[in-house]
Design a protein around this ligand. Structure first.
Ligand code: MF3
Ligand code: CO
Length: 289
């Protein structure tokens, strides 16, 4: 049902619709008429929700800092899992991966040619020269956060270090291209162009996601411009920027044996950093580092 100009706004501000979200809704309708995919209203976070999600994100950043201070050669990925579990639970939160669609551990640890969703294991030992992604996701009072970083274990070779650095720059470029009333493809274009300019490729099959009230919400976030998923970006949307950048080709395969781990098809390295953010009236607010 369409709201009248003098009705209370749908956002709960207590203001009249005409003084609140009427102009906002008209802009969305306009974009939709022009054929653009637009976000459903339920994807727009309220100020209260944003505050709860910020608190979840703070713990998530704390977990990553905790890992960063301890990760070293000789450590197993099961030990990283234990660090994540204990820190998270010790701060009154729950690791989102644990039991998520049957995922057996509290964190994803993806080494070298592993693109994402590596499963921590007592038999996997980090060794000098490895590059590893630690992907941490937290639930605090029902609110979700998600971020990942790359770690270079001891001294890594120059090519690996360059991939790790460029993958991080890709996230920064992507974020810089995000603007309210802009489009998702502007972000994807910036990410993909920077990867390609450095001789790398971006994985196409796996994207990012909306987040906050659930682990994975709409929109689907791609990092290679695509027509199907392009969407208008409006204030209140929250999603992850987490491109997977490959040293070689963009093709990947799923390890059917554990049902989770994605690896590069050519066996070359892959790197990923993940940030979650809120689109605001005048730009973005980064929620995780
Ligand atoms: N943290 C991953 C992401 O960025 C999701 C992993 S799902 C899990 O979307 F079950 F493997 F944890
Ligand atoms: Co994510």
């Amino acid at each position: 049902m369409k709201l009248g100009r003098n009705d209370d706004c749908w956002c709960g501000s207590g203001k009249k619709y005409k003084k609140c979200h009427l102009g906002f809704d008209s802009k969305i309708e306009q974009a939709q008429m022009e054929g653009m995919l637009v976000p459903d209203r339920k994807l727009l976070k309220t100020p209260d929700q944003v505050e709860k999600i910020r608190q979840s994100a703070r713990i998530n950043t704390g977990v990553l800092d905790h890992v960063a201070e301890r990760i070293q050669p000789g450590m197993t990925t099961a030990q990283i899992d234990k660090l994540v579990y204990e820190y998270t639970v010790g701060h009154g939160a729950v690791p989102a991966p644990l039991g998520y669609q049957g995922f057996p551990k509290s964190v994803c640890t993806s080494i070298n040619n592993e693109v994402c969703h590596g499963i921590p294991d007592e038999a996997i030992v980090l060794k000098e020269g490895d590059i590893v992604n630690v992907d941490v996701s937290t639930i605090l009072d029902g609110y979700f956060s998600d971020a990942s970083r790359m770690f270079c274990i001891g001294a890594v070779d120059e090519e690996a270090a360059r991939l790790v650095r460029v993958a991080k720059e890709c996230v920064q470029r992507g974020i810089e291209a995000i603007r309210p009333w802009g489009s998702m493809n502007e972000m994807a274009e910036a990410v993909n162009a920077h990867a390609e300019a450095n001789g790398y490729s971006v994985v196409e099959e796996i994207g990012g996601h909306g987040i906050g009230l659930e682990f994975h919400e709409d929109p689907y976030v791609c990092y290679v411009p695509c027509e199907e998923n392009d969407m208008l970006l409006v204030p209140g949307m929250m999603f992850t920027v987490e491109p997977m950048v490959n040293q070689g080709g963009r093709e990947v395969w799923l390890d059917e044996e554990n049902g989770w781990t994605i690896r590069t098809s050519d066996g070359k390295l892959s790197a990923q950093w993940e940030t979650m953010l809120l689109v605001t009236e005048d730009g973005v607010e980064i929620l995780t580092e």
